[in-house]
Design a protein around this ligand. Sequence first.
Ligand SMILES: *Cc1c(COP(=O)(O)O)cnc(C)c1O
Length: 348
Amino acid sequence: MIDLRSDTVTQPTPEMRAAMLDAPVGDDVYGDDPTVNSLEERVAAMFGFEAALFAPSGSMANQLAIRELVQPGEELLTETFAHIVRAELGAGAALSGITTRTWHSPRGLLRASDALEIARPDSGPYLVSTTAIAVENTHNFGGGTVQPIDEIATLRAESKKLGMAMHLDGARIWNAHVASGVSFLEYGSHFDTVSVCLSKGLGAPVGSLMLSDKARIASARRWRKRFGGGMRQIGILAAAGHYALDHNIDRLAEDHAKAHQIAAAIAAVTPAVTNPAHVETNIVVLDLSSLPISAAELNADLKAAGIAASALGPNFLRIVTHLGITTAEVAKVNEVLPELLNRALKLQ
Ligand SMILES: *Cc1c(COP(=O)(O)O)cnc(C)c1O
């Protein structure tokens, strides 16, 4: 199977496994694991933060961060298709009493004005008060969209004046950095909290980090334990993270090139389905609403040809490239997929 469902399907390479095998470890609940401690220090420094906390998933890193910024009954704003509101099973409400409101933007592309228009800080005793805004970069369901740094900076400046905090869901901030050339320090400088994932394009088997100041990280460490995320000899996992940061950031450009090639092959037969100019990173989203074929049907046809993708809506299919996908596999996708789309066109 050519597995393009997600960049979470990557297998740790033999070299990464060797690094895990050799890692010095200790009991992290006692703060004794040298490998996770050095990973937390390393990633905090990369983004210009005082401290970091290793988490077992990106969802937990996001949830720990937003609960540090938003009190029960207060409000977090984000984009309608953001992971925090679409793919974390209502955790903000279920675990932390956080309410959310969303703005919609095509491709998830951030415009500061969209967020500021619906923001209601200090709403008094009658209306919900907005206390934080979350930005997803890259935007997953938007199609790997890289957020414009000037819009992030504007939103930061304006929301700061209004006393609102900002969280970055940076599960794929590595991809944003490689595509845009904006430094990790610059990205970090606009946010109070950041989450990053090691287990997506970077290829580690497990691991995310939440970044912030020392006080919030100390508090988040207690909440991680309450959430059942206190872990022991996790240097084994942190070693995979160190390896991923050493070896797998720059190579993301290859994944981006492959995604772009796939988008170009699709657009050559069905330009309404995807726009290669919008494929900036490793995600291609297909809008099938102009074709007489559903995402589930196309997905089944792809599967029969040995290709796995994700049907995320009735007309919405997602393809994600990653370090496990070879050039030859991309060539095969670029043969099969246009052929299937052509067949769908003839049904019209
Ligand atoms: C994958 C992802 C996460 C975290 O997902 P987990 O499966 O919980 O690790 C968070 N945000 C975005 C945008 C993601 O794509």
